[in-house]
Design a protein around this ligand. Structure first.
Ligand SMILES: Cc1cc2nc3c(=O)[nH]c(=O)nc-3n(C[C@H](O)[C@H](O)[C@H](O)COP(=O)(O)O)c2cc1C
Length: 168
C-alpha cells in the first residue's frame, strides 16, 4: 500500500496535523505540500489537508480538489479552522470541501481547530464588518492545534489505515 499525505498550510496548523497523521502510517508513505503533487493517481490512498478560508475551501483549494478527486480515487480529508469544533456554522463549511471532492471515494474526514494567525486577527478586529469584528473578539483558537487535537489526529490516522487494510 502506497500512501500520500499532502497539505496546504499558510501558517503551519494544517502542517502539524499532516505530520501527526503521517507519523502513524506504517505503509510506504510520502508527505508533500499540495503544490508539490502533480497527481494522486500513483497512490492507493491520499490524505489531503487544507485550512478553511472564508467559510470554506478557497478558490485554489476547490480547484485542486476538483483536479485530484477523480474516478473514485480513495481520499481522506483533514481540515483545520479557527472556529471551535462544536460551532454549527462549520457543518456547511466542511460540506463545501466534500462537494469539491465529490469525484473521489471519500473514506473519512477529520477536522480540528487551528489558531487564527495574529495578523489576520488584528485586521479582522478593525474591519467595518461587525460580524467579523465580533468573531475576532470571540476567537479562542490561540494555541491550537494542541496536544489533545494532534493525538486525536494520530488516532484518526490509525483508524483509517486499519479500516483500509481490513477491506484490502
Ligand atoms: C484569510 C483567512 C480566512 C479564514 N477564514 C476562516 C473561516 O471562514 N472559518 C474558520 O473557522 N477559520 C478561518 N480562518 C482560520 C484558519 O482556517 C485556521 O487558522 C487554520 O488552522 C489555518 O491553517 P494553516 O495554519 O494551515 O494555514 C481563516 C484564516 C485566514 C488567514
Amino acid at each position: 500500500m502506497k500512501v500520500l499525505v499532502a497539505y496546504m498550510s499558510k501558517t503551519g496548523n494544517t502542517k502539524k496535523v499532516a505530520e501527526a497523521i503521517f507519523e502513524e502510517i506504517s505503509d510506504e508513505k510520502e508527505i508533500k505540500t499540495i503544490d508539490e503533487v502533480d497527481s494522486i493517481e500513483g497512490y492507493d490512498i491520499a490524505f489531503l489537508g487544507f485550512p478553511i478560508h472564508k467559510m470554506g475551501p478557497d478558490k485554489k483549494t476547490a480547484t485542486l480538489l476538483e483536479k485530484h478527486c477523480l474516478q473514485g480515487r480513495k481520499i481522506v480529508l483533514f481540515i483545520t479552522h479557527a472556529a471551535p469544533e462544536d460551532n454549527q456554522d462549520l457543518l456547511p463549511m466542511l460540506d463545501k470541501f466534500r462537494q469539491a471532492a465529490r469525484g473521489a471515494d471519500l473514506i473519512d474526514m477529520f477536522d480540528c481547530q487551528g489558531q487564527l494567525d495574529k495578523t489576520t486577527k488584528r485586521i479582522m478586529s478593525i474591519l467595518p464588518d461587525a460580524k467579523l469584528r465580533l468573531w475576532a473578539k470571540q476567537d479562542n483558537s490561540q494555541g491550537q492545534p494542541d496536544k489533545a487535537r494532534l493525538d486525536r489526529a494520530r488516532a484518526f490516522s490509525r483508524n483509517v489505515m486499519l479500516k483500509i487494510h481490513s477491506v484490502n
